[in-house]
Structure formats: structure tokens, C-alpha cells
Design a binder for this molecule. Structure first.
Ligand SMILES: C[S@@+](CC[C@H](N)C(=O)[O-])C[C@H]1O[C@@H](n2cnc3c(N)ncnc32)[C@H](O)[C@@H]1O
Length: 177
């Protein structure tokens, strides 16, 4: 079975379409951006930390990516077109400052905005690691996502239920109408 990161990528690959627009809501060390670049015409990538932006500017091909040093909750300042794929990986910057993490309030604010930009059959994936805040961000996000109209969105949880110690899991949202 796929780990959560591969499962997220496979969901997106499965719905491949030409000229897609991707958004990486949590750039970090750029792994999701590099994946999205490989299948999208253009990718917009957000991170509140300049360290992440500077790191990725050096290691990624900048030809089809816009790196944005701002919180993803301000997405409407930068993107006013429909998008195909959106990826989140919550938590802190790998090998960075562990005190700077994603937070319920801004994550949900950004979700509310980006959901309105999602094309029909577009996909949002959210990699969730409950270790950094004992699961409160994950709980808040799930409470919000449970309110989405099932006629318009599929919301899936992919989780290894027999793993102990804060096993990471994935939430995926597909707009169906
Ligand atoms: C777990 S890391 C992402 C890992 C990344 N996808 C990768 O491939 O390395 C989470 C990132 O989210 C960033 N972040 C935290 N709050 C944010 C916010 N409000 N807007 C955008 N990025 C944020 C952190 O700075 C951190 O780099």
C-alpha cells in the first residue's frame, strides 16, 4: 500500500489533464512543488518562511513556478484563476524551526478560499501529521471539511488505523459538481 505522500501523488496523477494549474500551499523543501511542476503547466507555491523560499529558489527549475513568501490564507491576493491540483503538507519545515508550524485558523481560511478556485474534478490533498500539536489542527480541519456539501465534494480520509504513535494520514477533496 502507498504511504500517504505517494497516495496523494497517485490521486493527482490519476486525474491527469493537460495545461493544469497546481498550487503548493506549504512549499517547505519543495518536494510537492517539484512533483506538481512535472505534471502542471504552472505551479504557485506558498511559504511564510523566507528560508523555504530561498532554499527552493536554488534547487528547483523556476521556469514554471511562482514562489510566494506569504501565508496561504492570502491566496486571493495572488491567484484569481481556477486551479486543478492543490497540495498541503502540514507541520513544520523539515530541518527548520520546529516552532513555526501550520495553524488551524490560517489553514482553514486558506482552504475556504482555494476550494472556491477548484475546477470540477480538481483535487486537494492534505498530508496531516498530528505530532506537532496533538492533533488539534487536524481535528479543526476535519470539522470544517465535514460541513462540505456531499453533492459537490468528495472528502476522503486515508489512514493506517493499526499504526501507533501519531501515524500521519491524508485527507483528499475532489470537487464533483
Ligand atoms: C511540513 S512543511 C511542508 C513540506 C513540503 N511540502 C516539502 O516537500 O518539504 C510545512 C511548511 O508549511 C509552512 N507554513 C506554515 N504556515 C504556513 C502558512 N500559513 N502559509 C504558508 N506556508 C506555511 C512552513 O513554513 C513549512 O515550511
Amino acid at each position: 500500500m502507498d504511504n500517504i505522500l505517494d497516495f496523494a501523488k497517485n490521486l493527482i496523477k490519476y486525474s491527469y489533464r493537460d495545461n493544469a494549474i497546481g498550487v503548493d500551499m506549504t512549499l517547505g523543501r519543495g518536494n510537492d512543488t517539484i512533483f506538481l511542476q512535472s505534471i502542471c503547466k504552472h505551479v504557485y507555491s506558498f511559504d511564510i518562511q523566507k528560508e523555504a523560499i530561498d532554499y527552493c529558489r536554488k534547487i528547483i527549475d523556476n521556469s514554471n513556478v511562482t514562489l510566494i513568501n506569504d501565508s496561504h490564507e492570502n491566496i486571493d491576493k495572488y491567484i484569481n484563476l481556477e486551479v486543478d491540483y492543490v497540495m498541503y503538507n502540514l507541520g513544520y519545515l523539515p530541518k527548520g524551526d520546529k516552532s513555526i508550524t501550520t495553524k488551524s485558523f490560517s489553514t482553514i481560511a486558506s482552504l475556504m478560499k482555494v476550494i472556491n478556485l477548484l475546477k470540477i474534478n480538481g483535487i486537494i490533498t492534505i498530508g496531516i501529521y498530528t505530532g506537532h500539536d496533538n492533533g488539534s489542527e487536524a481535528g479543526d480541519i476535519k470539522s470544517y471539511l465535514k460541513t462540505l456539501d456531499q453533492k459537490k465534494y468528495n472528502v476522503l480520509e486515508y489512514k493506517f488505523i493499526n499504526r501507533v504513535n501519531n501515524s500521519p494520514y491524508l485527507i483528499a477533496i475532489e470537487r464533483i459538481k
